[in-house]
Design a protein around this ligand. Structure first.
Ligand code: NAI
Length: 468
């Protein structure tokens, strides 16, 4: 293989592999370095994909037990086979990671197996399995090294009793007691999985509400729904220690208001207090500028402070740590390197929590708009008044459309519904086109669908919903 490239991408997660494919599509000679055994990064291997497999399977198990009867489906002897559920999850992961490998071949991308070390603005060393080092030259480098789970001071994740999301995706037995530290995306998705499969789950969250940065209406409603599902919450509580005593993990925490100390023990503790950028020594050595949160500083063209070196995804100081944000940046950076006008609109990045019901958000929350002194109006519509949701017994949740007071332009939408993750795409598209609430209200939505609630919420902005 000729060791000279136009682009070398370091990291083959959703940001990196998409950047490699787009670069190659644009005629750039491209290589992608990956140290994990399979392509696809955290998302495909130990993140979005395996968690969605377990969320789906556990939801089916739960529904078969609790909801089928009311639909007139009598079932007896439903049993959980956890190892088969895990096999199914692993099979999905393998299929999808192999899929990326196929796409690399199809797009003639050189897949460099090993740890990529950036030596200078035109040189990447790749250290393979047998510690053999190969040197590659390139005109451009894209850092797409992603993020790793954060822990708390003094708490060591052993992936056995004290686990990160990686460990919590592969328990071989249902933990009788599971304590989840952190009521964010990961904490709530994995709490849902193990609660449905039979664990007694307690979430300990530092803030007085779940999901930091989420619209308060939603986090309040969501907390009620999850509590009704049997998940216990200790809010406004700071975890101060997690210690192993025999085969149990003992968690100490303190109430932030009353300073009351509490102690709980469990078979497993999941630490889900966020992720931090994966910054290798090479990045530090090269003097690439980082912000105060140790994220790589990039400009609007994803250029770092070092010439020819770009960065995208969880590792940069722009946007949320989400796979689809990284993918869009991957496309944009490749287009910029190829001399085109790649761009990411950070105002319109949807985020979804894949619980049941799902929670989805795009654009600004009311709290953010208040802070920015932007006047707005809202339209809200509950799924209790949506015919399809009623037919399906899925009446929890609502849609809230937030529009600018003067112009009616949609500034944000929050959704809580079984279908929220799919429905949010319509709103992202509307916002990308600069739609007003009236535009959505006047768009014909098929009946009977959950999506009619979006139209009704848009009509409610002008105080004229039909079914509520
Ligand atoms: P997160 O930032 O969403 O939530 C972490 C939570 O831990 C926060 O609510 C925080 O207040 C709490 N916390 C921090 N220190 C604490 C302490 N000492 N005691 C108690 N609580 C404490 O982080 P999470 O859930 O780990 O997710 C990491 C990243 O992965 C996020 O950026 C998220 O967007 C992404 N992700 C996205 C998913 C999706 O799109 N569905 C799924 C999973 C992860």
């Amino acid at each position: 293989m000729d060791n000279n490239f136009d682009v070398i991408v370091v990291g083959a997660g959703p940001g990196g592999y998409v950047a490699a494919i787009r670069s190659s599509q644009l005629g750039l000679k491209t290589a992608c370095v990956e140290s994990r055994k399979t392509l696809g990064g955290t998302c495909l291997n130990v993140g979005c994909i395996p968690s969605k497999s377990l969320l789906h399977a556990s939801d089916m198990y739960f529904k078969a037990q609790k909801e089928f009867k009311s639909l007139g489906i009598e079932s007896t002897g439903i049993k959980l086979n956890l190892s088969r559920m895990m096999d199914n999850k692993n099979k999905s992961v393998i299929t999808l990671t192999k899929g990326v490998e196929f796409l690399f071949k199809k797009n003639k991308i050189s897949y460099l197996k090993g740890k990529g070390i950036i030596l200078d603005k035109n040189t990447v060393a790749v250290v393979g399995n047998s510690n053999k080092k190969e040197i590659y030259k390139t005109k451009n480098i894209i850092i797409a090294t992603g993020s790793v789970p954060t822990s708390l001071p003094g708490i060591k994740i052993d992936e056995k009793n004290i686990v990160s999301s990686t460990g919590a995706l592969s328990f071989d037995k249902i933990p009788k007691e599971l304590i989840v530290i952190g009521g964010g995306y990961i904490g709530l998705e994995l709490s849902s999985v193990w609660k449905r499969l039979g664990s007694n789950v307690t979430v300990i969250e530092y803030l007085d509400h779940i999901i930091p940065g989420m619209d308060k209406d939603i986090s309040g409603e969501f907390l009620k729904i999850l509590s009704k599902q049997g998940i216990h919450f200790k809010l406004n509580s700071k975890v101060t220690g997690v210690n192993l005593v025999k085969d149990k993990a003992v968690v100490d925490f303190t109430n932030n208001t009353t300073s009351k100390r509490e102690r709980m023990e469990a078979n497993k503790v999941l630490i889900a207090v966020g992720r931090e950028p994966n910054i290798g020594e090479d990045i530090t050595k090269l003097g690439i500028k980082l912000n105060s949160q140790k994220k790589i500083q990039v400009n609007e063209k994803f250029k770092t402070s070092v010439k020819n070196i770009y960065a995208i995804g969880d590792v940069i100081d722009k946007g949320p740590m989400l796979a689809h944000k990284a993918e869009d940046e991957g496309i944009a950076v490749a287009e910029i390197i190829a001399g085109q006008a790649g761009h990411v609109n950070y105002n319109v990045i949807p985020a979804v929590i894949y619980t049941s019901p799902e929670v989805a958000i795009v654009g600004k929350t009311e709290e953010e708009l208040k802070k920015e002194n932007i006047k707005y109006k809202i339209g809200k519509f509950p799924f209790l008044a949506n015919s399809r949701a009623k037919v399906n017994n899925e009446t929890e949740g609502f849609v809230k459309v937030i529009a600018e007071e003067k112009t009616d332009k949609v500034l944000g939408v929050v959704l809580i519904s079984t279908m929220a993750g799919t429905m949010i795409a319509e709103l992202a598209l509307a916002m990308e086109f600069g739609a007003s609430a009236e535009d959505i209200a006047r768009t014909c939505h098929a009946h009977p669908t959950h999506s009619e609630a979006v139209k009704e919420a848009a009509m409610a902005v002008d105080k004229r919903p039909i079914h509520f």
